[in-house]
Design a protein around this ligand. Structure first.
Ligand code: FAD
Length: 466
């Protein structure tokens, strides 16, 4: 049993945890980071954001190469070397986790590998490959993230039935695959497997894929994927049965097939549950709600003044960039700064093809909250760059407060929407109004121009379309 005394212990080394530990260390706070994984980076780097984007890159290039045949360039049918695709993804992950490890050493942040649980208000016990470690701390940040939700009627001992981590392993290219849950993670993985040749069914209980996004955005998405995915909306899965020749799934609801359907693989992607209740936080006096979320104030402080919580386990949206910004604020507060986490918008991006991205208020939220807003939409079918890039399936929508003219939200669907969203996020954060955006000279021809043009539409000043 070893013992460590530290000013700050961070439990969980995901984007929230490592950002917090690094910032704290930069501010002179002696920091220890605890994670069950050997590599830093949490879900995002190891089995989330990054490996999925490496595979989505492959999918995007395949789709673009296929699309070129319409314009006279033929590459023929692609062939796949799964081992090489897997090592591309693994190399991307290890490049980044090694980088994190180097940054951690440089800052002298101690990494204790093992599973940590609170044993008191100032003590944490870690059980790891090198035995037990007791850590006595002045401050703690709980950053233990989330895990995939499991469904009770889904068999657990059949590796043809996977969660997102299993899907990222890419054991094979299944002939027919069901994505159970039409959220961002399921659709991203569906995009990858479809590009590699799998036939994909998507089942979603609600009446829309990616329920948080606006209806007009998702209507365009449904149009673009109609030849790629078979979607079953307002339909639920009631039974999943493992048989020798496949996984048989029974559906119920609006678009349910009458008989059980056989799949080679099933990806269960129905959301993530916070890990708040797995760390014995109550032994430190920290309240955890019945779902496993930990409540915090705007400084990320829990009900116990010297213990903070950040990332997926404090609530939606469960996104890496939210976690890392929260990590910075928590570390700064611990170091004595009077900072708050109070963003006007947190961007959400589905890295599907096309991409779907939004920040600030969605139109749905603006309506629900009774805001006096107006939406201005620029369809990419009128964008010179989109036409020249064969990417007209897209639109840029901005929401403005009608009283002040200030931008309060924006959504984009189309290729590279996630990259474009930054401008809208900055405009919202800086309190820009439609005139500020419309008068900003955007390069021509770019897809970004659509943001300036949407603002001009709101202003009623649009003169020409590129
Ligand atoms: P996590 O990244 O969940 O890390 C928590 C860490 O804590 C883990 O390493 C875990 O091992 C450790 N841990 C938990 N309990 C203990 C314990 N008791 N003791 C020791 N260690 C413990 N987000 C985006 O913003 N963009 C994306 O493109 C994106 N893509 C995603 C794709 C997939 C397939 C998945 C699954 C998620 C994706 N996410 C994405 C979500 C993103 O990964 C999470 O929001 C983010 O990782 C949350 O960060 P976190 O710091 O809260 O914790």
């Amino acid at each position: 049993m070893s013992e460590i005394k530290t000013q700050l212990v961070v439990l969980g080394a995901g984007p929230g945890g490592y950002s917090a530990a690094f910032r704290a260390s930069d501010l002179g706070v002696d920091s220890v980071i605890v994670d069950a994984r050997e590599a830093l980076g949490g879900v995002c780097l190891n089995v989330g954001c990054i490996p999925s984007k490496a595979l989505l890159h492959v999918a995007k290039v395949i789709q673009e190469a296929k699309q070129l045949s319409k314009h006279g360039v033929n590459f023929g049918e692609p062939s796949f070397d799964l081992d090489k695709i897997r090592s591309w993804k693994d190399d991307v992950v290890s490049q980044l986790t090694k980088g994190l490890s180097g940054m951690s050493k440089m800052r002298k942040v101690k990494h204790v590998q093992g599973y940590g649980k609170f044993t008191g208000a100032n003590t944490l016990e870690v059980e790891g490959p090198d035995g037990k470690t007791t850590i006595t701390f002045e401050h703690a940040i709980i950053a233990a993230g989330s895990d995939p939700i499991e469904l009770p009627f889904v068999p657990k001992d059949d590796d043809r039935i996977m969660d997102s981590t299993g899907a990222l392993e890419m054991k094979d290219i299944p002939g027919k695959m069901l994505i159970l849950g039409g959220g961002i993670i399921g659709l991203e993985m569906g995009t990858v497997y479809q590009a590699l040749g799998s036939k994909i069914d998507v089942v979603e209980f609600l009446d829309q894929l990616i329920p948080a996004a606006d209806k007009d955005i998702m209507k365009m998405y449904m149009k673009t994927i109609k030849n790629k995915f078979n979607t079953m909306l307002e339909t639920k899965v009631t039974d999943v049965e493992s048989k020798d020749d496949g996984v048989y799934v029974t559906f119920e609801g609006k678009q349910a097939p009458a008989e059980p359907v056989r799949y080679d693989r099933v990806l269960v992607a129905v959301g993530r549950r916070p890990n708040g209740s797995l760390v014995d936080a109550e032994k430190a006096g920290v309240k955890v709600d019945e779902r496993g979320f930990i409540n915090v104030d705007k400084q990320l402080r829990t009900n116990v003044a010297h213990i903070f919580a950040i990332g997926d386990l404090i609530g939606q949206p469960m996104l890496a960039h939210k976690a890392s910004h929260e990590g910075h604020v928590a570390a700064e507060v611990i170091s004595g700064k009077k900072h708050f986490f109070d963003p006007r918008g947190i961007p959400s991006v589905a890295y599907t093809e096309p991409e779907i991205a939004w920040v600030g208020f969605t139109e749905k939220e603006a309506k629900e909250q009774g805001l006096n807003y107006e939406a201005a939409t620029f369809p990419w079918a009128a964008s010179g760059r989109a036409i020249a890039s064969d990417a007209t399936d897209g639109l840029t929508k901005l929401l403005f407060d009608k009283d002040t003219g200030r931008i309060i939200g924006g959504a984009i669907i189309g290729t590279n929407a996630g990259e474009m969203l930054g401008e809208i996020g900055l405009a919202i954060e800086m309190g820009a109004d439609a005139e500020d955006i419309a008068l900003t000279v955007h390069a021509h021809p770019t897809l970004n121009e659509s943001i300036g043009l949407a603002a001009e539409i709101f202003e009623g000043s649009i003169t020409d379309m590129p």
